[in-house]
Ligand binder design. Structure first.
Ligand code: AMP
Ligand code: MG
Length: 533
């Protein structure tokens, strides 16, 4: 059967030179799997600049020739497609049988900078890991992943990238029939904590070692020079994932399903499912419909990361030392340092958001600011962004405008609290020599260090992918697909406008733009996201 399929699937010339180092790890790591062709592939989006970054600049004619390969209707030459095996803890419970149920890795490409990248089709049909699933993805979640992952990249946060989104022209059946799509995802690798768990839980120490050595060579080459390479690997992964989750917190991102199979060993944001950006600040915010208890709520992401890293440490115990008791003692000690290490990275990022140089001064000020935002129910993104405006305009007004969503009586009391924090903050800025005059209402513009404002604006986005905007883009894509006329080129103006704006999220030009506006608190009520890619 497999031979017939291989014979029957078209081969097309590939612009990529594929490598297959992961497949070479051995049979238990991945299963050769071909995509299943689709009826009527047509472009939703294509990332020309990412192609160039991969070292494969492409003309429009060459792009057209790539459509069959990125829809799963043809295999690009040199590719040996595989589905990867993995396991993982989902909502705290171990599942030994996960794996690429709807994803097929075409191969690895090496960029001109020498970085190895996976090129993977997501939603390209059933694989040996599909269990009862159809191996397909609905169009909405594909559009969502394309937009959000590219927005994350533009925000400067490590993430898988979106190379293409192709509508399949055939339905997928969820609660109802929906248009289907295939996403082409580019990642430093698709190795997860769950990949380690797959072998470690079965006691397959040789495989754990082979995987660890692959990961060291691929992602953390310095560990190979260490006296204790597997301890060094644990520490490198811990540092990478701390940097990642702290950067999510910095921009109000909620991953939504931080199961161990969704945590990339390379420290990239991966598996955009029910993820979303928070509007009004509330650490309990969660959008995922399946996360009933809020395990993966915004404010829980630090402690869940520590829990996930403990699962990773368990996988390495037998490599760290022959005596497992020694390994356990090491892992416990390393994990005991997690909280402090996380806070160091997190408060360093948060200090930059308020322009304060010293951690000891910044930390209580950040905590007080977040308490204020929660108390006053202020938009997380705009609260930080407006701090730059407060300095530029020399008045509290840009910040106080954020309270407009409240009644007049409420506003007076709230303004009082907000002004108290702003005054305290400005005194700290004056003490560090960045602003000269701290009197309320006076014009600070001339006395404010321009580099301070610039620094604040560089880490506080003016625009993020707001849930209601993302939903409008998805609705447009659904409508276009449902009313396709043969021969007429499909256009997605809302997608294009939002995607373009999100490419320069720190740009002041967005401050007055409609796309950057938060929804009202009433509009935010009850918003839910779903896994179902
Ligand atoms: P996720 O919720 O994306 O982390 O996926 C959890 C597991 O379910 C992974 O092993 C996926 O490959 C698998 N899965 C999710 N959706 C499908 C689908 N439509 N068909 C087959 N497998 C799926
Ligand atoms: Mg997943």
């Amino acid at each position: 059967m497999a031979v017939v399929l291989i014979m029957s699937l078209l081969k097309v010339n590939s612009p990529f030179t594929f490598h297959n180092t992961y497949a070479a790890l051995g049979e238990s790591f991945a299963v050769p799997t071909l995509p299943t062709p689709v009826k009527n592939p047509n472009w939703l989006a294509f990332n020309t600049s990412l192609m160039a970054e991969l070292g494969v600049p492409i003309t429009p004619v060459e792009q057209e020739a790539l459509l069959p390969a990125l829809a799963g209707n043809a295999v690009p030459s040199g590719a040996t497609p595989i589905a990867q095996a993995y396991a993982g803890h989902q909502f705290g419970h171990f599942n030994p049988q996960l794996g690429d149920g709807r994803a097929i890795l075409l191969g690895e490409v090496v960029t001109p900078q020498g970085q190895r990248k996976d090129v993977q089709l997501k939603g390209a049909g059933v694989t040996p890991f599909s269990r009862s699933g159809d191996g397909r993805a609905a169009l909405g979640p594909v559009v969502r992943e394309y937009l959000l992952s590219e927005a994350m990249h533009a925000l400067g946060i490590k993430t898988t990238r979106a190379l293409a989104a192709v509508a399949t022209g055939q339905p997928v059946y969820r609660d109802t029939a929906l248009p289907g799509a295939v996403l082409t995802r580019v990642a430093s690798s698709h190795i997860r904590i769950g990949t380690f768990e797959c072998f470690a839980r079965r006691g397959e120490i040789t495989q754990v070692k082979r995987l660890s050595d692959h990961v060291i060579a691929r992602h953390y080459p310095d560990c190979a020079k260490s006296q204790a390479p597997y301890k060094a690997l644990f520490e490198a992964v811990m540092a990478a994932q701390i940097a990642l989750v702290a950067s999510w917190m910095q921009v109000g991102f909620i991953h939504g399903v931080m199961n161990t199979d969704n945590m990339s060993i390379a420290g990239e944001t991966i598996d955009y499912g029910p993820c979303a950006f928070m509007d009004t600040y509330d650490p309990a915010t969660k959008y995922s419909a399946i996360d009933v208890r809020g395990r993966y709520a915004f404010g829980n992401q630090k402690s869940i990361l520590q829990w996930n890293l403990a699962r990773f440490a368990e996988c390495l115990l037998r490599l760290i030392d022959e005596d497992v008791d020694v390994s356990v003692a090491y892992a416990e000690q390393a994990l005991a340092g997690f909280s402090e290490q996380f806070d160091t990275v997190y408060f360093d990022l948060m200090a930059k958001k308020i322009g304060i140089q010293t951690r000891a001064i910044a930390e209580p000020m950040v905590i007080a600011f977040l308490t204020l935002l929660e108390d006053l129910q202020i938009d997380y993104t705009l609260a930080f962004r407006q701090l730059g405006q407060v300095l530029l305009m020399g008045t509290h007004e840009p910040f106080l405008q954020l309270l407009n969503d409240h009644s007049q009586a409420e506003q007076a009391a709230q303004q009082h609290k907000a002004i108290a924090w702003l005054e305290h903050w400005k005194s700290a800025l004056a003490k560090q020599g960045d602003i000269a005059n701290v009197d309320a209402g006076t014009h600070l513009q001339a006395d404010t260090n321009a580099a301070l404002v610039q620094g604040i604006q560089q880490v506080n986005p003016a625009i993020i992918p707001r849930n209601y905007q993302v939903e409008a883009v998805i609705a447009e894509a659904l409508a276009v697909q449902q009313n396709m006329t043969a021969g007429a080129p499909a256009r997605y103006p809302k997608f294009e406008a939002l995607h373009r704006a999100l490419q320069a999220p720190y740009d002041a030009a967005h401050e007055s733009c409609d796309l950057a506006q938060p929804p009202t608190r009433a509009e935010q009520q009850g918003y839910k996201t779903f896994c179902g890619t």
